[in-house]
Design a binder for this molecule. Structure first.
Ligand code: ADP
Length: 160
C-alpha cells in the first residue's frame, strides 16, 4: 500500500527550510501532500492561493509531491486523503513544546495517525517565514534562504 504523508503548515511563504524537509520526507514516504492551513485567525502576508502557487513553483522539479489546502481538523483531513503520517519540522528547542502538545493532541484525536519529526540541514535550522519577511521588509538580501521566485514575490509584496 502506498505510504502517504501530509506536511501541514502556513508556508507564508515557503522557505528553503521547508523544501529541505520536503526532500527528506520524500525519502521515507511514497507521496507527500504539502497542505496549507486555512486559519482565519492568522493574518498571513500571502493569500492561500498565492501560497499554493508558490509551493507549486518551488516543488515543480520534485516527484511525488502534491500541494493542497485544508480548513478542518488536521487528523480529519489526513484521514480523508489517506495519510497515516503527519510530517513536522523541528528546528530549535523552541519548536519542541508546541509541537509536542500538538502531536499528542492529534494522537488523542486519531490514534491511527503518527506524527514524524524531521530536522532540516543545520544551515536552515534558524530559518523561519516570519524572519524572512522581516529581512525583506527592511531591504535585506535573502542569500539562498528562499527559492529565487519566492524572493521576487516577497520583494513585490513588501517593498513596492
Ligand atoms: P506553522 O504555522 O504550522 O508552524 P510554518 O509554515 O511556519 O507553519 O511551518 C510548517 C512546518 O515546517 C512546521 O513543522 C515547522 O516546524 C517546519 N519548518 C518551518 N521552517 C523550517 C525550517 N527552516 N526547517 C525545518 N522545518 C521548518
Amino acid at each position: 500500500m502506498k505510504k502517504i504523508a501530509v506536511y501541514p503548515g502556513s508556508f507564508d511563504p515557503v522557505t528553503n527550510g521547508h523544501i529541505d524537509l520536503i526532500k527528506r520526507a520524500l525519502r521515507i514516504v511514497d507521496e507527500l501532500v504539502v497542505a496549507v492551513v486555512k486559519n482565519p485567525e492568522e493574518k498571513p502576508l500571502f493569500s492561500v492561493e498565492e501560497r499554493i502557487d508558490m509551493l507549486k513553483e518551488a516543488t515543480k522539479d520534485l516527484k511525488n509531491v502534491k500541494i493542497d489546502s485544508f480548513d478542518e481538523l488536521l487528523v480529519n483531513y489526513a484521514k480523508k486523503i489517506g495519510a497515516k503520517v503527519i510530517i513536522r519540522g523541528l528546528r530549535a528547542i523552541s519548536d519542541f513544546e508546541y509541537e509536542f502538545q500538538m502531536a499528542l493532541m492529534n494522537r488523542k484525536l486519531n490514534k491511527e495517525i503518527e506524527t514524524v519529526f524531521m530536522m532540516p540541514s543545520a544551515k536552515y535550522s534558524y530559518l523561519s517565514s516570519s524572519m524572512i519577511k522581516e529581512v525583506v521588509s527592511f531591504g535585506g538580501s535573502l542569500c539562498e534562504l528562499v527559492p529565487k521566485v519566492i524572493e521576487e514575490r516577497l520583494k513585490e509584496k513588501l517593498t513596492k
